[in-house]
Design a protein around this ligand. Structure first.
Ligand SMILES: [Zn+2]
Ligand SMILES: [Zn+2]
Length: 128
C-alpha cells in the first residue's frame, strides 16, 4: 500500500503505520503544519522533538559543560563516578538508556543531539 503525504505529495514510508495519526502526512510535515506555529521553519519552536532543533546548535553549551565538569573533577568533586573509567562507563550507559530517562520525565527526547550529549555529560557523574 502506497501512502502519499497530502502536504508535500511525496511518498510516506517510515511512518506509514501512523499515516492516519499524522492526518495523512509525514510526521515532519504534520509538525510544520500544526505544531511549529509562527516560528521560522529553520528555527526550533517550543514543541518538544521539533525537527528544526537539530539546526539550533548547542555545541557551545557542551563545551561549557565539559569545562565546568573538568574544573569540578580537578577540585575533588564527590562524584559517584569519580574515576575516569567509571565516568565513561556511566556516560555510555546513560546514553544507551536516554530514551527511558526522558520518558520517565514525561518528556520527548530532544531533537537536538547536542542537548542529549550535554545531559549525558552531567548525568554520568552520578548515573549508576
Ligand atoms: Zn510530507
Ligand atoms: Zn517546530
Amino acid at each position: 500500500m502506497e501512502f502519499e503525504c497530502r502536504r508535500c505529495h511525496r511518498s510516506v514510508k517510515i511512518n506509514a503505520q501512523r499515516f492516519e495519526v499524522f492526518e495523512r502526512m509525514h510526521y515532519v510535515c504534520f509538525h510544520y503544519e500544526f505544531e511549529h506555529g509562527e516560528f521560522d521553519v529553520d528555527e526550533e519552536c517550543t514543541a518538544r522533538g521539533c525537527p528544526s532543533a537539530s539546526l539550533a546548535g548547542g555545541r557551545d553549551q557542551v563545551i561549557e559543560t565539559a569545562r565546568s565538569l573538568a574544573l569540578e573533577a580537578a577540585t575533588g568533586a564527590a562524584w559517584t563516578n569519580a574515576e575516569l573509567h567509571e565516568y565513561l562507563d556511566a556516560f555510555a550507559a546513560w546514553l544507551a538508556d536516554s530514551h527511558g530517562y526522558y520518558l520517565n520525565r514525561r518528556t520527548v527526547p530532544p531533537g537536538n543531539g547536542w542537548k542529549v550529549v550535554n545531559d549525558a555529560l552531567k548525568a554520568a557523574t552520578v548515573y549508576e
